[in-house]
Design a protein. Sequence first.
Length: 283
Amino acid sequence: MSVLTLRILAGIVVAIAGLLPTRADTHIFAGAAGTNSGDALVFTVASLFDTRSGYKLPMVLRTNGNNAGHHRGDTLTFTALSATDLGTGQVLGRALLGSRLAVQVTDVAGPAGGAIGFWEGDGENPGNQVTFSVPVGTTGGTSSFVISENDGAPGSDPYGHIHGREFTATTAGLYTVGFRLVDVSTNGPGGGPLHSPSSVLSMFFQAGPMIETIQPATNGMRVFFRSAPGVTNVLEASDGVTATAWRPVSVGLRGNSALQSLTDTHPGPDVRVYRLRLLNIPP
């Protein structure tokens, strides 16, 4: 069984199958490659989140609350490692004392007319408006937010773990978003930064429901997808490419941001269309 087509509708994702050959807060830690002036900053867990890892941040269209009209998923928190206190961060891989780390949104690719928004909060609670927006097609962007909680004073700890920040997308589809760490301190040579910028971390943001693949199983057909936490998903099916008579073929499954699957235990004819229906939209 292979996926022939995929099309996203409002609150629904549809995939056609034919008999053919066949994360709660998510934390991304920031530190440095070394403890010498000029050493580059690094995302210490980049391999868990980059586009080669298979990770995607699922986002759902919010219909109420501060983010109404925008797709938002689980909270993504960039955390600067502590240079001093094992109880509040990690000394290994930390940036230099006196550095002040920020994250730039450098690149956005995705559906035409779409944009990725950043919402600043108050340190614990989400904000009520977009702080800045980066449209699809942007390259070399410099819009940024500080992740260290210091003021950049000489010798101050660069640690930072700030809640209440959110990312949103305006249009359904798959986005590739590039992030880069920069040191905005002035404690380096000539009044510049202590660290050079990191390489760009490119991540997938999935706005709206999306079926990733369909695979045959011993008890039917397994449909794989990702869903934002708190959203209950039901797999529906229709026979034939016209897809006019939909019926549920699974029980509801609550999303958890990871790759999940629902199984159609009676796949039936040669061609069947599948879609995910979202039973609830959390605020």
